[in-house]
Design a protein around this ligand. Structure first.
Ligand code: PLP
Length: 486
């Protein structure tokens, strides 16, 4: 049977069939209406499918087979670093001493877990070149907001509250301006030049006494290294602002260059991207934030400290921006990242970067004859191509992305960054073999040929998936989340 023909649970429903068995009642039966206020009681019985345990098993297995993940196929979603998640991470995260502890346990009983968190912070300090790290934020965007709140607290402590603006490049990830807004700042855009890098002249023009910070990704979201980074951080510092590093692209510089050495004051890392936490299903993530010495007093509390009596949480932090997450971050993801760092070692992490960069350059060069290359220069771990040429033939980038599904690939990021027309942002990652890269390249070349010879096949794709084109706006605005009996 084809994946898409597998009947789902509701169609299988058969009155009287049950999928569970409970032990016989051994306590007195009570009348629900006596203990639950009538407002909270169900008026009508819900219509639930009546199926056997085996039917349920097959239903969920069928649903999981319809999903695409790194474990089932190539997933070159630019900016997201969908690399392989080593299974040793899962083994370690399942150790009893990690999986079965409670966040409210007395500190003296969880010293091992605290040591792991402390060591992870030390490794991240070394990797980023920062002076202190917190593991609290739950994701990259949460780290951005945390970092900006610290920058805000720093300026306020210096009686510098006129600094209300955050500068963001036009190629920035959408979370950058969003975090700046949520942290109470106004966002100012700085333009990119024709090389795809921040335009220094424009940066000098927008910076001023109202600049709170510049947010930057390096390499940027075009996969290009900002060569004038030291000059840029200097421009901001001499105007009294702070520089924020969006660490989502760390896979391109890991063990090679450090944001701390480039002049950044705050960084966030996406442990679920660079450090192999599984992601894509909506979490959990982990977005640790590292700061330079100036900003240490403002870190979220508590801070994890090592004392002669062991590891402790320090709450005595009068200038802290406060807690940003219950307990101390998403511990399970921190265990996975720690396992990854320890199992790779410094040489392994260096190899990650080298292979990520060579894979991206190999793919970019092989695709260049078939698609437009807006920035024809050496890329880092990802690159952008444009579907401008195909658009003239009536095939849009969205169509190309949908057609890739027929070949069993997750499409690249499309229409981002916003400053490239018909953009496709491809990140192969270091964990893919040359054979996988070649097969994907062949699929892209075939699609480029189809766009010329047989555009309908691309325009009407996908042809092999359970559902074809969806109305994405309607799906987001009016989602149908519950089975409704026909
Ligand atoms: C993924 C990403 C973010 C946001 O990180 P989340 O962990 O998804 O919140 C920010 N900036 C860039 C460049 C990213 O790729």
């Amino acid at each position: 049977m084809n994946k898409q023909d597998q009947p789902l649970i509701f169609e299988l429903s058969n009155p009287g069939r049950i999928g569970y068995s409970l032990p016989e009642l051994d306590v007195p039966e009570i009348n629900i209406a006596d203990v639950i206020p009538s407002d909270y009681l169900r008026v009508e019985e819900p219509e639930l499918p009546e199926v056997s345990e085996l039917d349920i098993m097959r239903h969920y297995t069928a649903l999981s087979n319809r999903n695409h993940g790194v474990d089932s196929g190539f997933y070159p979603l630019g900016s997201c670093t969908m690399k392989y998640n080593p299974k040793i991470n899962e083994n370690v995260a399942r150790y009893n001493g990690f999986a079965h502890i409670h966040p409210l346990q007395d500190e003296s009983t969880v010293q091992g877990a605290m040591e792991l968190m402390y060591d992870l912070q030390e490794h991240l300090k070394e990797i980023t070149g920062m002076d202190e790290v917190t593991l609290q934020p739950a994701a990259g965007a949460h780290g951005e907001w945390t970092g900006l709140m610290m920058i805000r607290a720093f300026h306020e402590a210096n009686n510098d509250s006129a600094r209300t603006k955050v500068i963001v490049p036009d190629s920035a990830h959408g979370t950058n301006p969003a975090s700046a807004t949520v942290a109470g700042f106004e966002t100012i855009t700085v333009k990119s030049n024709e090389d795809g890098l921040v335009d220094l002249e424009d940066l000098r023009r927008v910076v001023g006494p109202d600049t709170a910070a510049l947010m930057l990704t390096n390499p940027n979201t075009l996969g290009l290294f900002e060569e004038e980074i030291l000059e840029m951080t200097e421009i901001i510092h001499s105007a009294g602002g702070k520089v924020y590093y969006d660490g989502a692209n760390l896979n391109a510089v890991l063990s090679k260059a450090r944001p701390g050495d480039m002049g950044f004051d705050v960084v966030h890392l996406n442990l679920h991207k660079t450090f192999t936490g599984p992601h894509g299903g909506g979490g959990p993530g982990s977005g640790p934030v590292g700061v330079k010495v100036d900003l240490i007093p403002y870190l979220p509390k508590p801070i994890l400290v090592k004392t002669e009596e062991g590891y402790q949480f320090d709450y005595d932090r009068p200038q802290s921006i406060g807690r940003v997450k219950p307990y101390y971050g998403n511990f399970g993801i921190n265990v996975r990242a720690y396992t990854y760092i320890r199992s790779m070692g410094p040489d392994g992490l260096k190899a990650v970067t080298e292979n990520a960069v060579i894979n991206a350059n190999y793919m970019m060069r092989r695709l260049a004859p078939y698609f437009d290359l807006p920035y024809d220069r050496h890329c880092k771990h990802e690159f952008v191509i444009s579907g401008r040429r195909q658009k003239k033939l009536g095939v849009r980038t969205l169509d190309i992305a949908k057609r890739l599904l027929d070949f069993g690939y997750h499409p690249p990021t499309i229409y981002f960054p916003l400053n490239v027309e018909e953009c496709m942002m491809i990140e192969p990652t270091e964990t893919e073999s040359k054979e996988t890269l070649d097969s994907f390249i062949e699929a892209m070349i075939q699609i480029a040929k189809e766009a010329e010879e047989n555009p309908e096949i691309v325009q009407e794709a996908p042809h092999t998936t359970v559902v074809s084109r969806l109305d994405e706006t309607l799906a987001a605005r009016k989602p149908v989340l519950r089975y409704q009996k026909q």
